[in-house]
Design a protein around this ligand. Structure first.
Ligand code: BES
Ligand code: MN
Ligand code: ZN
Length: 478
C-alpha cells in the first residue's frame, strides 16, 4: 500500500474510487451525488458507507460515500470513520482511491494526513498464521491511497506510515505464540532492528545479569528453560544529548509461576511481552523517520513458569539496587524484572525514563480497554504524555502515587513485598517501581487493558506505539 499527496480535488482524480465525506447536516455540492444519496436513503450516520458507480461530475468509476454524522467532526469520530472506510474498501476491493480534504476539530492538515496514513496502513496488518504462507491475492489489495492536500504533505504521510510500521512489528511480536516468541526471539528481533537501522544493540545473558546483581529479574526466569535476556538498543541522532529511555516488560509467557494462574484465558498471557514489543515498535518508527533525537530502549525479557527450581512465595531476593524483596506472589513478576531494568537504566544518563508494561489486571477493572494507566514522579512528564496520547488518539489516564499506597508494600522479612494486597493494585505496583526510579524523571504506563483485545477480535493492538512515538516527536526542539 503506497500513499501519495495529490493536488487534484477528488472529482478530478481518474482512478478506481473517490471518497466523498458526507455529514448529516449538510448538503453535498455535487447535486447528482446528493440526489443519489437521498434516493438510496443514505442517512450519513457515522461510519456508514455506500458505494455508487458512475456518478456524474466524478472521473472515477466509483464514489464511496462515507457518513460522518453531525458536523463538526471530532478526533474520535474521525478515527471511527477511517476504520469503517478501510473495511469498506477491503470489502469492495478498492485498488486505488482519492481522499478529499477534511477538517477535524482544531487539528491542522498535517495531523489529518498523518492520521489517515497511519490508520489505513495499520488496518492492512494481517496476522501471520504459523506455518501458513499467505497467497498474495493481488486483486483485493489496496495499492494506492491519494490524499488531497494544497501543501506538500509527503513527510506527514511518511510519518504516519512509519508509525503503522512500528505498530505492525509490535502486533506481530504480540500475536506470535510463546513457543516461537521467546526471550531469545525478542533478542534476535532487536539485533535485526539494529542491523536494519544502524542502532547499537547489547544483549545481556543471565551470567552477565548475575554479575550485575540482578537477582530480582533472575528469580523470575530461573523456573524456565528459556534463558532470560536484558536487551538495550540505542538510536543516536542528536549528538550527545541525554537519551529518552523506554523500558518494556517482556514476559513472553506469564503462567503466574508457582502462584499459578487459573486455566481459562491463560493463552492470553502470551501477550505479556506487549510492553517490550511496543518499545521496539516505537524504536522502529523513530528510526524509520530518522527523528533528530537520542532514544534508548531497554527490554527485560523472561518466561514466568512453575518448576522445581522456580521462585516460591516467601522467597527473598536482593535486587541490583541493593533493596531486598519478599516475593509473596510469583505472579507479580513484571515488577520484579522491571525493577532491575530500571536500576540498569541509570547508566544511560536518561533525560526521562518511561516504562511500559502489561502489569496489572487491576488497571482493566479501573479503566477498561480505552485508556492506558499512567503514573509518574514528575507532573510535567505526565502532562506531556497526556498531550501526546490525545494527539495520537492513544490515550492515558493518570492515577495517583501517594505515600499511603506505598505503605501497603511493607514486609516483615525484606525492604518491601512484591504485592500490596487487593486494593489499588495498579497503584501499588507503580509504587513498587517508584522505589527504583528516584534518581530520574520517570513515568509508568500500564497497558494491560489496551495492548491486546480478547474474544473474536483477539490480537495485539499496537498500542501504545502511537502515544510513545508522538511523545518522542514532541521532544524535538526546532
Ligand atoms: N501480566 C499480569 C497482569 C495481567 C493480568 C495483564 C490479566 C492482563 C490481564 C501480571 O503479571 C499479573 O499477573 N499481575 C497480578 C498481580 C497480583 C498478583 C498482585 C494481577 O494483576 O493479578
Ligand atoms: Mn503475572
Ligand atoms: Zn505478567
Amino acid at each position: 500500500m503506497d500513499f501519495f499527496v495529490t493536488h487534484q480535488t477528488a472529482d478530478h482524480y481518474s482512478g478506481d474510487c473517490a471518497v466523498a465525506f458526507v455529514f448529516k447536516d449538510s448538503v453535498n455540492e455535487n447535486r447528482i451525488l446528493q440526489a443519489l444519496l437521498e434516493l438510496n436513503r443514505f442517512d450519513s450516520s457515522l461510519g456508514d458507507s455506500l458505494m455508487l458507480s458512475k456518478v456524474e461530475g466524478y472521473k472515477t468509476k466509483r464514489v464511496l460515500a462515507l457518513g460522518l454524522g453531525e458536523s463538526p467532526l471530532n478526533e474520535k469520530s474521525f478515527l471511527k470513520a477511517l476504520k469503517s472506510l478501510s473495511s469498506a474498501m477491503a470489502d469492495l476491493k478498492v485498488k486505488n482511491v482519492v481522499i478529499p480534504r477534511i477538517q477535524v476539530n482544531s487539528r491542522d492538515e498535517s495531523w489529518v494526513q498523518l492520521t489517515i496514513a497511519r490508520v489505513l496502513k495499520n488496518a492492512s496488518y494481517q496476522i501471520e498464521k504459523v506455518g501458513v504462507v499467505e497467497e498474495n491475492d493481488d486483486d483485493v489489495i489496496l495499492e494506492a491511497v491519494n490524499i488531497y492536500s494544497e501543501n506538500n504533505g509527503a513527510t506527514e504521510i511518511s510519518k504516519g506510515v512509519a508509525i503503522a510500521n512500528g505498530m505492525a512489528l509490535t502486533r506481530k511480536l504480540g500475536d506470535l505464540p510463546s513457543n516461537i516468541c521467546t526471550p531469545s526471539y525478542i533478542a534476535e528481533t532487536a539485533k535485526s532492528l539494529a542491523t536494519s537501522y544502524k542502532l547499537e544493540c547489547e544483549v545481556l545473558e543471565e551470567s552477565d545479569m548475575e554479575a550485575l546483581g540482578m537477582n530480582s529479574l533472575l528469580s523470575v526466569s530461573k523456573g524456565s528453560s528459556e534463558p532470560g535476556k536484558l536487551i538495550s538498543l540505542s538510536y543516536t541522532n542528536d549528538g550527545n544529548a541525554e537519551p529518552i529511555v523506554l523500558v518494556g516488560k517482556g514476559v513472553t509467557f506469564d503462567s503466574g509461576g508457582i502462584s499459578l494462574k487459573p486455566g481459562s484465558g491463560m493463552d492470553e498471557m502470551k501477550f505479556d511481552m506487549c510492553g517490550a514489543a511496543s518499545v521496539l515498535g516505537t524504536m522502529r518508527a523513530v528510526a524509520e523517520m530518522q527523528l533528530k533525537v537520542n532514544l534508548t530502549v531497554v527490554v527485560p525479557t523472561v518466561e514466568n513458569m512453575p518448576a522445581h527450581n522456580a521462585s516460591k512465595p516467601g522467597d527473598v531476593v536482593k535486587s541490583m539496587s541493593g533493596q531486598t524483596i519478599e516475593i509473596l506472589n510469583t505472579d507479580a513478576e513484571g515488577r520484579l524484572i522491571l525493577c532491575d531494568a530500571l536500576t540498569y537504566c541509570a547508566k544511560f544518563n536518561p533525560k526521562v525514563v518511561i516504562d511500559v508494561a502489561t502489569l496489572t489486571g487491576a488497571v482493566i477493572i479501573a479503566l477498561g480497554k480505552h485508556h492506558s494507566g499512567l503514573m509518574s514522579n514528575d507532573q510535567s512528564l505526565a502532562d506531556d504524555l497526556k498531550v501526546s496520547g490525545s494527539s495520537a488518539m492513544d490515550t492515558v489516564w493518570q492515577l495517583p502515587l501517594d505515600d499511603e499506597y506505598d505503605e501497603l508494600l511493607k514486609s516483615n522479612f525484606a525492604d518491601m513485598a512484591n504485592i500490596g494486597g487487593r486494593e489499588a493494585g495498579t497503584v501499588t505496583a507503580a509504587c513498587f517501581l517508584a522505589r527504583y526510579t528516584k534518581d530520574y524523571r520517570w513515568a509508568h504506563i500500564d497497558i494491560a487493558g489496551t495492548a491486546w483485545l480478547g474474544g473474536s477480535k483477539k490480537g495485539a493492538t499496537g498500542r501504545p506505539v502511537p502515544l510513545l512515538t508522538q511523545y518522542v516527536m514532541n521532544q524535538i526542539k526546532d
